[in-house]
Design a protein around this ligand. Structure first.
Ligand code: PGA
Length: 256
């Protein structure tokens, strides 16, 4: 953590949780966070399936808890004949603030490329959504010593054509593919090193950069102790309120 950047703990629920299950999660997590003051909390974000977002939007004011809502993907066009897709305009209707763009699962299973990632980032920004841009190398690339060049290439392609002011709206997530959902976390100092490279490529000290890939209650402290790591993008450990609470607790800028 760095005192100049507010930590962000983001759950990426992937294709888990119906709307009902999402509401039960909010109901369970809310009382755990009640004892903490706003100024000691990190930003907390739930990136939920599309179908749960309107219900969560309605439930949040009643819960009086300051979560932000995020989507996990969007289409680059504002509207049109794109069967099955969801646009930034539709997300804004439910006060969605963030959208994950270019997650490795989208790149691998749904043919997303550096070009589509760049187009989606631009569409999100045009609609005042904050993109969480995911980058990261495969195991083969890591073993071949290609991590740094690959990640830098992904970052540069993602931000092509953006102004320095637009950059300030972005969040990045370094997610080594071999660490996602495998239980194999990247060593904290290595994650810190790669995130430092990403920050250098961005040439902007304000942009928050998260770590993602098997972040869990038993490794979060070491990761959050690193100066370049501003929070987490968390899959598995964000699905249970108890474990997500422990991650939020570890990202609190001021300890009580
Ligand atoms: P994981 O997923 O925490 O389950 O490894 C992280 C992600 O894919 O964002």
């Amino acid at each position: 953590m760095n005192p100049n950047r507010k930590p962000l703990m983001a759950g990426n629920w992937k294709m888990y949780k119906t709307a009902r299950e999402a509401l039960a999660f909010i109901e369970a997590l809310t009382p755990m966070l009640k004892p903490f003051h706003d100024d000691e909390m990190p930003d907390v974000l739930l990136c939920a399936p599309f179908t749960a977002l309107p219900f969560m939007h309605q439930a949040l004011p009643k819960a009086q808890t300051d979560f932000s809502l995020g989507a996990q993907n969007m289409e680059a066009h504002d509207e049109g004949a794109y069967t099955g897709e969801i646009s930034a305009r539709m997300l804004k209707e439910w006060d969605v603030e963030f959208v994950i763009i270019g997650h490795s699962e989208r790149r691998e299973y749904f043919n997303e490329t550096d070009e589509t990632v760049n187009a989606k980032i631009k569409a999100a920004l045009a609609n005042h959504l904050r993109p969480i841009v995911c980058v990261g190398e495969s195991l083969a690339q890591r073993e071949a010593g290609e991590t740094d060049a690959w990640v830098e290439k992904q970052v540069k392609a993602a931000i092509a054509g953006l102004s320095p002011e637009q950059l300030e709206w972005l969040v990045f997530a370094y997610e080594p593919i071999w660490a996602i959902g495998t239980g194999k976390v990247c060593e904290a100092d290595e994650a810190n090193r790669v995130i430092g490279l990403i920050r250098k490529a961005l040439n902007n000290a304000h942009v928050r950069i998260l770590y993602g890939g098997s972040m869990k209650p038993d490794n979060v402290e070491g990761l959050m102790a690193q100066p370049e790591i501003d929070g987490g993008l968390v899959g598995g450990a964000s699905l249970q309120p108890e474990s997500f609470f422990q991650l939020i607790r570890a990202a609190m800028p001021v300890r009580v």
